[in-house]
Design a protein around this ligand. Structure first.
Ligand SMILES: O=C(O)CCC(=O)C(=O)O
Ligand SMILES: [Fe+2]
Length: 311
């Protein structure tokens, strides 16, 4: 039955969670591995200056993994491990032709189920960018905030993404595998055993090269400008100011920090005290979550995450 091999859910990811996920991408997103895309692998959030920005990704992963176990894991009578988790933004001109996900390259053979969560709305936030299966009743899926599509990654689900015409199309892509050797959780825990204790953040800096756009600019600088700000470097300090030079100047410790501040000012209409209460709560939630995760051998998400909203 078609329903067995692919499935669409609505309303499983809340609007708030989708908004936080878009914010995480805007803060830390890098140039993508496909033309005219941006990408942010979970791994890169964990090594960033703000590892707690991983919290909404961990939450969304947990929700989607539950749906995938119930629908696909039960059919196969197997546990499905997360194999790869990442945020993606599809810019105008991006598209992907007919393909199936376990067949691009040899290194993708272990993928059993694919899941894509849409984080904003086609028609309102971007145009183009429909998802289509090659055959079947449920052929077209229009991206909509909170909608999740999941399907077997093999040749029974050949699909494509139509060209994005305008705007930014935000997704969270997850792949699942039945092979424990490809378990993403185990790999991340092994790679960052001490995350949150102060030793890991910044310990594996991402090279600037990964922020370079196809036009040769720094993606963070482009975003800061688009938000109506400019940055001047003074020694190790970055000074953030409105582009017209009027109003406050914010002292920031890095380009990424400047971007996060600019985003917060634009989102909330005012500056968020980054060293203040909320930031600390989020950091300790992340540390606690990581400590539990190391004990469990599996990424653990705090229950009361609603109190840990980023925005
Ligand atoms: O973003 C989508 O709708 C699907 C993306 C896709 O097919 C892929 O990444 O393999
Ligand atoms: Fe695909």
């Amino acid at each position: 039955m078609e329903e067995d091999k692919r499935r669409v859910w609505d309303g499983e990811l809340s609007r708030d969670l989708c908004r936080d996920l878009r914010f995480v991408h805007d803060c830390l997103g890098m140039r993508g591995y496909r033309a005219r895309t941006e990408a942010l692998h979970l791994n890169h959030v964990l090594v960033s200056e703000r590892p707690h920005l991983a919290l909404p990704i961990l939450k969304a992963r947990e929700i989607i993994s539950g749906l995938v176990q119930d629908h696909f894991g039960l059919q196969l009578n197997r546990y499905l491990y997360l194999e790869w988790s990442g945020l993606m933004v599809w810019l105008p001109g991006s598209e992907i032709g007919w393909h199936y996900d376990s067949n691009n390259e040899d290194y993708l053979k272990q993928r059993v189920v694919s899941a894509v969560a849409y984080l904003n709305d086609q028609g309102r936030d971007f145009t183009g960018g429909s998802f289509e299966f090659e055959e079947g009743e449920t052929r077209g899926v229009s991206p909509r905030e909170g909608r999740v599509v999941a399907y077997f990654s093999n040749e029974s689900n050949i699909h494509r993404v139509r060209r994005v015409e305008s705007g930014r199309r935000y997704t969270l892509s997850l792949w699942f595998t039945d092979q424990p050797a490809h378990d993403e959780d185990a790999k991340l825990l092994k790679q960052f055993p001490k995350l949150g204790t102060g030793s890991s953040p910044g310990a594996h800096p991402v090279p600037d090269e990964m922020y370079r756009t196809e036009a040769g600019n720094d993606i963070r600088m482009d975003k800061i400008r688009a938000l109506g700000f400019r940055v001047q470097q003074e020694g190790a300090t970055h000074l953030l100011q409105a582009s017209n030079g009027q109003g406050s100047t914010w002292r920031c410790e890095s380009l990424t920090h400047s971007l996060i501040r600019a985003l917060r000012i634009r989102e909330g209409g005012s500056d968020e005290d980054e060293g203040g209460g909320r930031e600390k709560t989020l950091q300790s939630a992340m540390e606690e979550s990581w400590e539990r995760s190391v004990e469990l051998g599996q990424l653990y998400v705090p229950d009361h995450l609603a109190e840990h909203r980023l925005l």
